[in-house]
Design a binder for this molecule. Structure first.
Ligand code: MN
Length: 287
């Protein structure tokens, strides 16, 4: 059985553009080895946006290189457009798994429809590192719609399997290293054992509600980081709870990052900045 190592939290929110009120619950700017293969976890919202008449709120064109961004929309809708020719809208309950790889430019805004009506907004953006051998893979994205995400049900709740495997249900996301990503909903007083693998970095993010893990309370917008050793994690829901469970095989390589670029060495970061400045990231698909 895994035990609790630490609880990660961040009570200082910041805005990403004007559309995403974010708490970074962990980030690669600190020590990276304990969280590998994950790099950053931004919890946006919960928030209530008023309707907008003009251009939707969000964040304009910006680059990424050397890793993947995984965007999970719980409330609201996010529209995106990128330099690989892709674009679309991530609806409520849907996921976008974007591989920035060799480099991508994109923009992320509230969808025009959601922007006009306003209402509740809640989203997670998780950054997942790529192993050195895959950092220059061509940019691509996987649009994972609701109907593609299988549900594993158990006594006291259910898990929507975005990546990896849970009780025979296999998630649709293709990953470069072994990763589990589960959207878990628990009913009050549920006591479950999550089948998380031995050796994986293992984190349980509480998005709403309160749970007890290894005898300690974990509340809203907190992440329990468990030991890599041990399989299975016992979680008790102290009320209805919504969790995002992340596990991954650590990538034991140096991490050198600068803002939206995450490579292995400083020289590679200098190259990424030079490539971006000289337009080698391409251009956004026409709106
Ligand atoms: Mn981005």
């Amino acid at each position: 059985m895994k035990t609790l190592e630490t609880i990660l939290r961040n009570d200082t929110p910041h805005w990403v553009g004007d559309g995403f009120p974010v708490r970074s619950l962990f980030s690669y700017h600190g020590e990276t080895a304990p969280i590998s293969p994950f790099l950053l976890f931004d919890y946006a919202g919960p928030w209530n946006f008023e309707p907008v008449k003009g251009h939707p709120r969000g964040v304009g064109e910006h680059p990424h290189k050397g890793f993947e961004t995984v965007t999970i929309v719980y409330d609201g809708e996010v529209s995106h457009r990128d330099s690989s020719g892709g674009g679309g809208t991530i609806g409520t309950g849907e996921v976008q798994w974007m591989t920035a790889g060799a480099g991508v430019l994109h923009e992320e805004f509230h969808s025009p429809g959601y922007s006009r009506t306003g209402g509740p907004f809640r989203m997670v953006q998780l950054w997942v590192n790529l192993p050195a051998k895959d950092k220059l893979t061509p940019a691509k994205y996987q649009a994972i719609t609701r109907d593609m995400i299988p549900e594993a049900t158990f006594d006291g709740g259910l898990a929507r399997i975005i990546a990896g495997e849970f009780g025979g249900a296999k998630g649709p996301a293709t990953t470069f290293t072994p990763i589990n990503l589960w959207d878990v909903r628990l009913e009050a007083d549920a006591e479950i054992t999550l089948p998380v693998p031995d050796g994986h970095t293992t984190m349980v993010a509480v998005l709403s509600g309160h749970v007890t893990i290894d005898g300690k309370g974990v509340g809203e917008a907190e992440i329990a980081r468990l030991t890599r050793e041990g399989s299975d994690a016992a979680v008790k829901a102290d009320g209805d709870a919504m969790l995002l469970v992340m596990t991954g095989e650590p990538i034991n390589e140096p991490v050198f990052g600068y803002g939206p670029f995450v490579m292995n060495t400083e020289a590679e970061i200098r190259q990424a900045i030079a490539d971006f400045n000289s337009g080698r990231f391409g251009a956004l698909a026409p709106a």
